[in-house]
Design a protein around this ligand. Structure first.
Ligand code: ZN
Length: 417
């Protein structure tokens, strides 16, 4: 690893150790500045070679006799010169990039961004509509996968002409660009010179929602509406989805290696789900709940505070990682500090998700009949978001002996407040 990177170089440390142990007769490098960037590294190197009696250092730009004062003087000068050059160069580049970013100017070449023309400034309306729709759907609880599948079915392609991949859609929706804001190294630095497709508020919520590690899966959508919401009356464990041999879907209290269940509770999925959905729709129809949900203020100040917490915590995590990379703190200190920040981050993201949950049911508040008629056509992820918004869990009671059909009396829903 070249000294240029400025990172910790384990192999270089190994080389020093080998020199100390007398296993090295000569060191050959491409150029001296690959070996050291910091004068103090060079001095350490001199000390080590002195102690080991090593005097040969060769490079394609000329050999350096480490045994002479002149040789060392040259090495020092070359080190100082190359260090200054690289510092100036990267400082100039950094400053240039930051200036462009702060001015909200377009940067980068390559493929044009989806939603914009090749000049990166003009909106392409047909694509902007798709982006805005995708943003709304994801914020309403639909999975990226489900939106991608839908876009594919409608023949909507990405800028490269390919079908939408989950990762591409995530990156696109999380980009500050589509909210008319300029990013610099992953941070939003301010308004951009191009127009927005979605609002900054939507963008912030998408960035918080999609940045959440648990969403970073590319698994296909779940087929069980109530997965991880159904519990066993006897042992209190979650029932797992497990179809019967004939393919009939069931929720089962699973017993066995690595499974915590008691093995005594089983219920068929179709009837259970239909019953719970009926309950959910009814629940959404009650004036009380509608009032409660509506009463939940879409408080912009509170939103901003949460977004701010998320951004601060993320910045702190980055700083910590840097501090560790530069060996200013130990791994133990890093982990200790990180845990607290991650807890804060998880809490804040949960709040954002709760608001997104509200977005999932909002269009149908007080209109359960409309929702009822549309229910079957909603993607499973959206159905789940709606169910999860009102339902805490379902507990399945014991089966009645001799009763060979679905028994609604076994089903006890626990509603959220
Ligand atoms: Zn059980």
């Amino acid at each position: 690893m070249s000294a240029y990177s400025g990172r910790h170089r384990p192999r270089y440390r190994q080389l020093l150790a080998d020199i100390k142990e007398g296993q090295v007769d000569a060191v050959v490098v491409w150029h001296l500045d690959r070996l050291h960037r910091q004068p103090k590294e060079l001095e350490e190197f001199f000390e080590v070679v002195d102690a080991a009696g090593l005097t040969e250092l060769a490079s394609v730009t000329g050999d350096t006799d480490l045994g002479t004062h002149d040789g060392r003087f040259m090495a020092r000068i070359m080190g100082a010169v190359s260090r200054k050059e690289s510092d100036d160069k990267s400082r100039r580049l950094r400053r240039k990039h930051l200036e462009l970013a702060q001015a909200g100017k377009v940067s980068g070449g390559g493929t044009r961004p989806f939603g914009y023309e090749a000049d990166r400034l003009t909106i392409r309306p047909s694509e902007a509509r798709i982006l805005s729709e995708a943003a709304t759907r994801v914020l309403a609880g639909e999975t990226l996968r489900s939106v991608c599948v839908d876009l594919e079915e409608r023949g909507v392609h990405s800028v490269t002409g390919r079908t939408w991949a989950v990762t591409v859609l995530r990156t696109t929706l999380m980009s500050g660009r589509i909210s008319g804001r300029r990013e610099h190294q992953g941070e939003i630095v301010g308004p951009a010179e191009w127009p927005a497709i979605i609002s900054p508020e939507q963008s912030d919520r998408l960035r918080a929602l999609l940045g959440e590690p648990t969403r970073r899966t590319t698994r296909s959508a779940r087929r069980y509406l109530l997965a991880s919401m159904v519990y066993c009356h006897r042992c209190g464990e979650k029932l797992v989805s497990r179809p019967r041999a004939d393919g009939r879907r069931r929720y089962v209290c699973a017993k066995g290696p690595g499974l915590a269940g008691c093995g005594s509770t089983t219920i068929v999925a179709d009837e259970l789900e239909a019953l719970v959905v009926a309950g959910v729709l009814h629940r959404l129809d009650t004036p009380d709940l509608a009032a409660t949900l509506r009463g939940e203020p879409a408080d912009d100040h509170e939103d901003a505070a949460v977004e701010n917490t998320i951004r601060t915590a993320e910045a702190q995590l980055d700083e910590l990682a840097d501090a560790y990379a530069q060996r200013r703190i130990t791994m133990r200190e890093w982990i200790k500090a990180r845990d607290g920040i991650e807890r804060t981050l998880t809490d804040a993201r949960r709040q954002v998700n709760r608001r997104s949950g509200l977005a999932a049911v909002e269009p149908w508040l007080g209109q359960a009949n409309l929702l009822r008629s549309q229910w079957a056509d909603l993607p499973l992820s959206r159905q789940r978001a709606i169910v999860a918004y009102v339902l805490d869990r379902v507990t399945i009671g014991p089966a009645r002996r001799g009763l060979n059909r679905f028994d609604p009396a076994r089903v006890t829903p626990t509603w959220k407040a």
